[in-house]
Design a protein around this ligand. Sequence first.
Ligand code: PLP
Length: 386
Amino acid sequence: MAVETNRVGAAIRGEFPILAHTTYLNSCSQGALSQRVRRAYEEYLDGWDEHGAEWGHWVERAEAARAAFARILRAAPEEVAVTTSVSQGVSAIASALPLERGGRTRIVISEYEFPTVGQIAHAQELRGAEVVHVRPQADGSIPPERFAEVVDERTALVCCTTISYRTGHRHDVAEIARIAHEAGALCLADSYQAVGALDLDVDRLGADVVAGGTVKYLLASAGLGFLYVRGSLLAELTPTQTGWFADEDIFRMDISDYSPAADARRFDAGTPPVPNIYAGLAGASIVEEAGTRAIEAHVAGLTARLVAGLDELGAVVVTPHDPAWRGPLVCVRSTDAAALVAALAQERIVCSERDSNLRIALHLYNVDEDVDRILAALARRRHLLA
Ligand SMILES: Cc1ncc(COP(=O)(O)O)c(C=O)c1O
């Protein structure tokens, strides 16, 4: 396990070449590339070149990724599946719901779900599910009470997102999970926009299932994710979407039956995404060394500075002002978000947009100067802010 250094801000920037010339505020889309992640890909290629198929070692690396995700989530490795995407993990969980086998049929989703979660929920309509959306209030928040209105004894699964990719709202996952549990339903929290930037603890979070991946605040690249499933639920959740790496004995190569692993590996699927695992381990090691508590505190300082500056500009900050209800992502209403992103890119300030919002994401490698730079750039483009 990595030794925590609390190395954030200026102390870590040298690991990320892009930061030498670019103000990088786009970790909600893709984390910045570090030298460590680049070297990890090279290590994978060098090993392949030197030794040929290193399957024993590659499978061991997949287990190392499982253990790293578990540490970051404060879970047990037996509760973590190594996936290729959130989509794979959430589809596998959905496939484990006994909808057409006389089970409960309602799936509740928040309006802030990433498309993949909403689409997977609606795909279950083909198996008899009824999908109910929980919509935001006028202030943009979706408090637990809105979930309570539609979660009942028909509900199999309640999906919420720890941090909204669209607005930066932080959900009260613990309370939503409590409401789900009171009705006998499961709670799934898509935590992609939180993991790596916030100090997560699956027990504190309260959800039964937590999905995420390495593309964003875990500082690696596409094609690697995780699915946490609470250990006490594993025996009753048997996915029908599966693959040979989910079998109780992968190397028996047995095609005579379906006998999934007893632990969360039952939610793995096919051949592990080996190159992405090398990168994912490298990215996660940066996060673990810095320590998620130190990262969260650093990010909270930066978001506070940013929100105060945006208020001074008279901008419409869509993300809550209360620090308790936001994370690393700050969204600002724009009159033309695509034009604003393009204009900022010309000054080498990298952001992104969703809906009509400019998305500004802060992470461990950002510093006060990044915040001041984007505030100054936005002041010059005030006409593109609502
Ligand atoms: C909240 C959230 N969930 C899921 C995803 C992606 O899902 P997948 O790993 O299936 O591509 C993203 C971003 O790409 C996201 O922001």
